[in-house]
Design a protein. Structure first.
Length: 267
């Protein structure tokens, strides 16, 4: 790390935040599959479901957010609902939350599910339902997940369901019965952990946005990428480690500046 003026550290910390960048390094294949899936199903008016798996920090949510932003105009004619299942009180809370987003009247129990099914099989625009942290919907008998993944298969359904979860085998464990259906299980897309090279490129691209000499030494970036890829392959962890390193140096530099003697020999 090179001691420099305060503003460069602020800039570095900003670019190292886990925001969704313009281009996702090392996720070109996955981004292409997501884009193709949405075009095929939303624009092609074909109901269907996609299950996206991968450990935390492997870019699942970031990739989907990027694709939704990029395809905003194309998807303008459809209805998009994004729910984070972590924020729901219980697995069954997904139904009232969805009804509210779709502007449906409040109903209870089976009636709520029936009114949603009726709505999703009636005439109208395609509905894209994105469920992040899908594993939070696991329940006794898996009735919630079964209900949701059955909806795209209903006659004249207009639902396209995209579920994101950490577990690779959620569909095998919880939705095995769906596999027996003629239409088969949801389509699967797995995000592998980031490699050392991919993490290095992510960090270099982020820090390349800071003007002037490199804030973090290239060897330090590679060391961080190697350590993180060996344990997690989690890009958020790599960004976090570098951000903390910048904060440490920033404090040191600030300390040195405060201790410098004043001009004219005053203490």
């Amino acid at each position: 790390l090179t001691p420099r003026a305060g503003t460069c550290y602020q800039q570095a910390k900003q670019v190292l935040h886990a925001a969704v960048p313009e281009r996702l390094q090392g996720r070109e294949r996955e981004t292409g599959i997501l884009r193709q899936f949405l075009r095929e199903h939303i624009l092609g008016r074909r109901p269907g479901s996609l299950y996206v798996s991968g450990a935390p920090g492997t870019g699942k949510t970031a990739c989907l957010s990027r694709v939704l932003l990029d395809c905003k105009d194309e998807l303008a004619g459809s209805r998009t609902v994004v729910l984070n299942c972590m924020a729901l009180g219980s697995p069954h809370s997904v139904f009232p939350a969805l009804a509210q987003h779709l502007g449906l009247p409040v109903a209870a129990g089976r009636e709520r599910i029936r009114s949603l099914e009726k709505h999703l099989t009636a005439q109208g625009p395609m509905v894209l339902l994105v469920l992040d942290e899908l594993d939070q919907l696991e329940s006794k008998g898996q009735d919630v997940l079964y209900t949701l993944f059955e909806w795209p298969r209903l006659p004249s359904s207009r639902l396209v369901l995209v579920g994101l979860a950490n577990a690779l085998d959620l569909t095998d464990r919880s939705l095995a019965r769906l596999g027996a259906h003629p239409a088969g299980s949801p389509r699967l897309l797995h995000f592998p952990p980031y490699t050392k090279e991919q993490l290095t490129r992510i960090l270099q691209e982020r820090l390349g946005q800071v003007a002037g000499d490199p804030v973090l030494d290239s060897a330090a970036l590679q060391f961080c990428a190697r350590k993180v890829s060996a344990v997690f392959g989690d890009a958020r962890k790599a960004l976090d480690v570098c951000r903390r390193a910048v904060e440490v140096v920033e404090l040191e530099v600030r300390g040195q500046t405060l201790l410098k003697p004043l001009p004219g020999g005053e203490s």
